[in-house]
Design a protein around this ligand. Structure first.
Ligand code: TIU
Length: 234
């Protein structure tokens, strides 16, 4: 691929994808966060606010698969016996419905329950690693770092929910581990629109202190050129 064709218009400045070294990491696009009756709802949130990220992310996922990027999905959740749930996380918020309690999509934020599943529109396919995590950051107590390094990945395109919680925590963890992160502004979302904006601003400020921010519209043509190269058609 010639120089320049893999460059994405981004903030604070352009981000050049390195073919073969890029992974798409989709954070926690689970029914528990996006549908009524799940964990996000139990925390008192309007879960419909996250839906806007789904259509653009469907397109990015398809384009990433066509370009043969490594695609990684994460899920936040806990073992059925809750042995990996810290007392601090369990108690936080003093809500009536807590992690592990029964809800309309099964037990809240518990692995194997319907609510823990990734929404069907973004379901993983064979060969795409799914990282189960008990914390907000995708590197905490997981094998994500080993999986990425084993595939020669140095750059992460990050999407998912929520912008200021699991997305930001994961970007900060990734940045400290030496990964370059490009966060997709329209493929992330928050229950708090102003936190979404602030979460993105914090990433790209100070010369990209944690990473870059771009729209899916800026990324998609680049992925499609990469797919063309993969097919030998470019
Ligand atoms: N509550 C909230 O905004 N988020 C989470 O609890 N987890 C994720 O962000 N995935």
């Amino acid at each position: 691929m010639s120089e320049g064709v893999s460059t994405v218009a981004a903030e604070p400045y352009a981000f050049t994808l390195k073919p073969g070294a890029v992974a798409l990491v989709i954070i926690d696009m689970q029914r528990d966060f996006l549908e009524p009756g799940g964990f996000g709802d139990a925390l008192g949130n309007d879960v419909s606010l996250l839906r806007a990220a789904v259509p653009p992310l469907i397109d990015v996922l398809a384009a990433a698969r066509a370009a043969e990027l490594v695609v990684v999905h994460t899920r936040e959740g806990h073992r059925p016996d809750l042995s990996d749930l810290t007392p601090a996380k369990h108690a936080r918020g003093r809500f009536a419905t807590k992690i592990g309690d029964a809800g309309p999509m099964g037990r809240i934020l518990v692995r194997g329950e319907p609510g823990h599943d990734i929404i069907p529109e973004l379901a993983p396919v064979a060969g795409e690693p799914v990282i189960d995590k008990s914390g907000k950051g995708a590197f905490f107590a997981t094998d994500l770092d080993a999986i990425l390094r084993g595939r020669g990945i140095t750059q992460l395109i990050i999407a998912g929910v929520t912008t200021e919680v699991c997305v930001n925590t994961t970007v900060r963890e990734a940045n400290d581990r030496g990964f370059e992160c490009l966060v997709l502004s329209d493929c992330t979302g928050s229950y708090f629109p102003d936190f979404h904006e602030a979460g993105l601003a914090m990433i790209k400020a100070q010369g990209g202190i944690f990473g870059w921010v771009a729209s899916s519209a800026a990324l998609l043509p680049v992925l499609s050129r990469m797919a063309g190269d993969t097919d030998g058609k470019a």
